[in-house]
Write a protein that binds this ligand. Structure first.
Ligand SMILES: Nc1ncnc2c1ncn2[C@@H]1O[C@H](COP(=O)(O)OP(=O)(O)OP(=O)(O)O)[C@@H](O)[C@H]1O
Length: 328
């Protein structure tokens, strides 16, 4: 569906996106994850043709965004971070306006009514955009993106600025849309990406640093294994014992609500020491009340990939120039 090959973007001397390559197949829901300024919006803007690439090639369904922009744009529904809506139009007028601009051939009334039902804005069709809540404005933005039934949806931070209830509703909606479309969703909210996407691309300092399913990203982490346990007895004695276990690097503890029971956190050198540990405690007549291995989370993965120095990618940040973004 989408092919991004060795794509870079420079703003003046600032390299915002650095030779990224990835493909997205039909029906995939891909999360584009990165910290602020990582290059997510720039990449999305290049895919949609709003920005040109400094280098590289982007094709959608075999059509090159540079040489065949109209064909590519027909394939894409784009929801920018701030949906560009005319505030003085009613919701229906706004949809009709986009329909006309996109030169859609489908039955207008039928098509727009279907979209209103899908994104649940039928009840506000006759309201002015200006008077809508942020959540509803986001839905109208999404409705606009859906006009013409594009098979590829690109959603840039679709829940930013929404309240928790609106966030849940928009996520449900994205789930629904993803059943019949390819979706690329950018966010720096991990729960969002985890809740909606079946594949994650992490971009850091303009480079792709990870690309896999959430489960595999977590599994393939060679992170230090952390173990939590609860044991009854004097913490000084227990800590000394735990530190004698091979491959245990560090031990910390805190009180629990039960008298004489403490919770201990063990950092190990990536080795599962649970069996040895239980054995050592039993041998020393220390009751072991709880023992669990803490699995790394997506947050751990994200932190690992995004906490490198910023020096590597900035050619000359001070001299990096602003650029007019609209190319087409
Ligand atoms: N028009 C521009 N001129 C100069 N630099 C820019 C321009 N637009 C973006 N940048 C810079 O390019 C880098 C990537 O920006 P981009 O907006 O793509 O990041 P992002 O991952 O979308 O961040 P955010 O989550 O904050 O929206 C940033 O360092 C940003 O300051």
């Amino acid at each position: 569906m989408l092919e991004v090959v060795e794509v870079s973007k420079k703003y003046g001397n600032k390299l915002a996106v650095d030779r990224i390559s990835f493909t997205v197949g039909s029906g995939e829901v891909v999360g584009f994850l990165g910290t602020n300024g990582a290059g997510k919006s720039t990449t999305m803007n290049m895919i949609t043709g709003y920005l040109s690439c400094s280098e590289g090639k982007i094709t959608v369904d075999g059509h090159d965004i540079l040489t065949d922009p109209e064909k590519v744009k027909k394939q894409i529904g784009y929801l920018p971070e701030i949906p560009p809506l005319y505030q003085d139009l009613t919701v229906w007028e706004s949809l009709c306006f986009t329909y006309d601009l996109k030169k859609v051939k489908l039955n207008k009334k039928e098509h727009l009514n279907e979209i209103c039902e899908l994104v649940q804005i039928t009840d506000v069709k006759n309201k002015l955009v200006h008077n809508l809540s942020k959540g509803y404005k986001q839905r109208v933005g999404l409705a606009n993106a859906l006009i013409g039934n594009p098979p590829l949806l690109i959603l840039d931070e679709p829940t930013v600025g929404l309240d928790p209830k609106q966030i849940i509703e928009i996520r449900k909606l994205i789930h629904e849309l993803a059943k019949t479309r390819t979706v690329i969703l950018s966010s720096h909210i991990l729960q969002e990406i985890e809740a909606v996407c079946d594949r994650i691309i992490i971009i850091n300092q303009g480079k792709i640093v990870a690309d896999d399913t959430p489960i595999k990203l977590i599994e393939t982490q060679q992170m230090e294994k952390c173990i939590t346990l609860q044991a009854q007895g004097k913490p000084t004695q227990i800590v000394s014992l735990l530190k004698t276990i091979p491959n245990v690097e560090d031990v910390t503890y805190k009180m629990t609500t039960q008298q004489d029971v403490y919770e201990y956190y063990l950092e190990t050198k990536g080795v599962d020491v649970r069996a040895t540990l239980s054995f050592v405690l039993v041998q020393n007549h220390i009751p072991l009340l709880e023992l669990r291995s803490n699995q790394p989370t997506l947050e751990d993965v994200f932190m690992k990939y995004t906490t490198k120095s910023y020096d590597a990618y900035t050619l000359d940040e001070e001299e990096g120039g602003e650029e007019d973004v609209c190319d087409l």
